[in-house]
Ligand binder design. Structure first.
Ligand code: SF4
Length: 413
């Protein structure tokens, strides 16, 4: 048996600031929805948030709400309501849990923030299919329900090298959105404002990258499970000064941990990569199990997906287009394998955990032989855990626990 240790998850002090930031974010949206100003744009996670902010919109991310539904496990109760109106249990459980929650008149926001009764009604809904088609269908449902315009970018899939042709195609679609956004928002497009928003977004991204890379230290000062929490400002506030300020607070805390030799996982013995979506309703259980097994999940594709090194203030549309297309999820398998290989090297990892998320084929990379290919090439063990991001009916606690235990035991030999 791998050696285990009973120990608590170490709290990161900056979490308090983050909670306040998130509360401010949702209260600002709630106020705007009630007062009718500023205008609200819903945006998919790597949709054109920079453009929307630069045009005066407050930006709300339905996927962030989906993650909250998962983390609070409310999703389990809300998914059937969406299934009942024809949205299959096989499709994205962010979509089904979110639409189901709306149909049931529920939101975790009401439980977290007193006075907020519902999600903020949008003035426009903006998607990028760089992740999947589900986001387009998801926003289309609300657009139709509230008679609000839905605009978006149709992205490429399975991209190897991102070329100027790809960039031109996406940049053109982004620029084409401007007149409609001007009409909805009532503000004239200002290129300097966009440049400034892109600059802020890039700075946030660079800081977030630095935060994640602190886990290259041995022992690592933070884990993948910490990053799923501390990524929130990078996800919902990129393009704002607040997100930058937050990471300027978090980063020194992590650097102090490194200097002091403070490990996120006491007695760290093994280091792993997490590939695929988080299992939101079981984050704490999994974090605790890995902690007991003295194993740090030190890096992940998911948390890295909010690093946008291509953003350049001088060339906002083209650099946004490149950043949104260079995303891991958009890329070909050979690119993805190379990427994971580099991460394994950079973070000194001993193995890779693949999460086979039942309702998210787009962000699941274990179904076409990738674990086996990586295992062969890198000589590293891999494990595939069947589960889901939000639908816990697809996840067995017992099976996952046993699988992980056996996997870490194998690393120990
Ligand atoms: S990438 Fe997966 S989790 Fe995200 S919206 Fe698409 S199907 Fe849902």
């Amino acid at each position: 048996m791998a050696e285990t240790k009973k120990s608590g998850i170490k709290k990161i002090a900056a979490t308090r600031t983050m909670r306040k930031l998130m509360a401010d974010h949702f209260y600002e949206l709630d106020r705007a929805a009630k007062e009718g100003a500023p205008k609200i744009a819903w945006c998919t996670s790597v949709g054109p948030a920079e453009l929307l902010r630069a045009m005066g919109f407050l930006v709300y991310f339905p996927e962030n709400h989906g993650a909250m539904l998962g983390a609070t496990r409310m999703a389990t109760e809300t998914i059937p309501a969406a299934n009942a109106i024809g949205y299959s249990p096989e499709i994205c459980s962010y979509l089904t849990s979110d639409i189901g929650a709306y149909l049931q008149g529920r939101t975790p926001l009401s439980e977290a923030y007193e006075g907020i009764e519902s999600i903020p009604k949008p003035d426009v809904l903006v998607y990028n299919t760089n992740q999947c088609r589900d986001v387009q269908d998801w926003l289309a449902w609300y657009g139709e329900h509230w008679s609000r315009p839905v605009v978006g970018v149709e992205c490429y899939a399975g991209v190897g090298e991102v070329t100027d042709v790809h960039v031109a195609g996406i940049a053109g679609q982004l620029e084409a959105m401007v007149p409609q956004l001007e009409e909805v928002g009532g503000e004239k497009f200002d290129i300097d404002r966009l440049r400034e928003t892109v600059r802020l977004s890039r700075e946030c991204s660079d800081l977030w990258k630095e935060v994640l890379e602190t886990a290259t230290a041995k022992p690592a000062p933070l884990t993948f499970f910490d990053s799923t929490i501390h990524m929130a400002p990078a996800v919902v506030m990129r393009g704002t000064q607040s997100a930058i300020d937050y990471y300027r607070e978090l980063l020194p805390e992590l650097k102090t941990r490194i200097a002091d030799g403070t490990a996120a996982v006491e007695g760290e013995q093994h280091r792993l990569y997490w590939e695929g979506m988080p299992i939101w309703g079981r984050l704490r259980d999994l974090a605790t199990q890995f902690l007991e097994l003295r194993t740090t999940v030190a890096a992940s594709t998911y948390a890295n997906s909010w690093i946008f090194t291509a953003l350049e203030a001088d060339d906002p549309f083209r650099s946004m287009a490149r950043a949104y297309t260079e995303l891991f999820i958009v890329r070909s398998d050979p690119y993805k394998e190379k990427y994971i290989e580099e991460m394994v090297e950079k973070f000194s990892l001993d193995g890779v955990v693949f999460h086979d998320a039942k309702t998210c084929p787009s962000n699941t990379n274990c179904r076409y032989g990738m674990p086996q290919r990586l295992q062969q090439r890198l000589g590293l063990p891999t494990i595939t855990i069947p589960g889901d991001l939000n639908d816990l009916r697809c996840y067995s606690d017992e099976q996952a626990r046993t699988q992980i235990e056996a996997f870490v035991e194998q690393l120990t030999k």
